[in-house]
Write a protein that binds this ligand. Structure first.
Ligand code: SF4
Ligand code: SF4
Ligand code: SF4
Length: 372
């Protein structure tokens, strides 16, 4: 089997196909700290792509409550159990990926969820873990939960693509988006079993697999994906990611992932080099976060908690424009986003101006209701 380099685990690994990176890679950053669990993103995707018969349980975007929630139910716990206890040696993953710990009759280690697992999209929503105490404070709360935003990761080494015996799944060279050629798919569901994130989904009415398409018709016009631009909490930043050796510090995605290193991949130990990145929640137990996001959690949180001006400004640009920001600048008082043609898209003050109304309205000769 060919050897490919996976920078998330800082080593070579086995993968059924040769390394082939796209010209640029679709990526989204999620700031978990800001998510309010409103599911507007979920419904934006649903209303655009999966509202037809046979797609009833097809939630390409979902937001689940960790630690207990998951769609399909226990998608990650089941794979972690199959993978068994694994370790990191500093920055390097010393364990086995899903392409290395493979059963004899398979190309990828995976599991097929049951119908029951798919039946409850929001199981354990808003259910916390831990102990209630009268007062709780950062850095870690004793009673905790957080929302995890999930779509297809458009992985650099997709499990779905590796497993497909029909070669029906492909990764676009132009933007790294992973798509299913439905005319080639025969519905064997090898991809459903192999995707570690369970984001390849079988449609019983057409008997083929469907999955998040990254809203590529919008991205081709430089517009953000539906789940990104609809986000009420402004927790999402979409753009194009380069590999670490080609990082551009003026590109917002490269800056968050490679330069400031505040955004981390979900379950890097699975080995697919996923292209969604998360700023971890400040209040959750560090050992749990390290299981999800790898060994760099503490450094990422330290940076996020005490950001320099450039990072602070970039965080202010999340959710401010429908057009994808290709370049950003942070000046004395403002953060500025530019489009692909380097035209200014948006300008956001670093400090929100605050206006306090006087208690007495001179113009109408009346006391305001906010009078103490
Ligand atoms: S998240 Fe799953 S469906 Fe998406 S590219 Fe990766 S392996 Fe394939
Ligand atoms: S990128 Fe588009 S298709 Fe994918 S989850 Fe978001 S809205 Fe749905
Ligand atoms: S729309 Fe944004 S804030 Fe609301 S659940 Fe989705 S990611 Fe979270």
């Amino acid at each position: 089997m060919p050897k490919v380099f996976n920078w998330h685990i800082n080593r070579e690994m086995e993968y059924p196909y040769e390394e082939s990176r796209p010209d640029k890679q679709f990526a989204i950053i999620f700031n978990i700290n800001r998510c309010i669990g409103c599911q507007t993103c979920t419904m934006a995707c649903r209303n655009t792509w999966t509202f037809s018969p046979g797609q009833e349980y097809m939630w390409w975007n979902n937001v689940e409550t960790k630690p207990y929630g998951g769609y399909p139910h226990n998608w990650d716990v089941k794979l972690l159990e199959k993978l068994g206890p694994q370790t990191w040696d500093g920055n390097t993953y010393a364990g086995e990926t899903i392409f290395e710990k493979v059963p004899n009759d398979k190309r990828v280690l995976g599991h097929l969820p049951t119908e029951e697992d798919w039946a409850h999209p929001n199981i354990y929503e808003d259910t916390p873990a831990g102990d209630f105490v009268e007062s709780t404070e950062l850095p870690e709360n004793s009673l905790w939960m957080f929302y995890l935003q999930r779509t297809c990761n458009h992985c650099t080494y997709p499990g779905c693509l590796a497993a497909c015996p029909r070669k029906a799944i492909y990764k676009r060279k132009s933007d790294g988006v992973v798509l299913v050629d439905q005319s080639r798919c025969r519905g064997y569901r090898e991809c459903v079993e192999a995707c570690p994130y369970k984001k390849a989904m079988y449609r019983p009415t057409t008997r083929v697999t469907e999955k998040c398409i990254a809203c590529y018709p919008r991205n081709d016009l430089d517009l953000g994906s539906r789940c990104v631009v609809a986000c009420v909490g402004k927790i999402r930043m979409q753009g194009w990611l380069h590999s670490p050796d080609k990082s551009d510090p003026t590109n917002p995605i490269d800056y968050l992932v490679h330069e400031s290193k505040v955004a981390l991949p979900l379950y890097p130990q699975f080995g697919t080099e996923p292209n969604l990145y998360y700023i971890p929640p400040r209040w959750a137990p560090r050992d749990f976060l390290e299981q999800l996001f790898g060994p760099h959690v503490k450094k990422a949180l330290a940076k996020y908690t005490d950001p320099d001006k450039k990072l602070f400004g970039l965080l202010r640009l999340f959710g401010t424009t429908e057009t994808i920001i290709s370049r950003f600048e942070v000046q004395d008082e403002v953060a500025i986003g530019f489009d692909r043609a380097d035209r200014e898209l948006v300008r956001v003050p670093l400090e929100e101006p605050m206006y306090i109304r006087s208690e007495y309205d001179q113009r109408h000769d009346v006391a305001r209701l906010n009078e103490p």
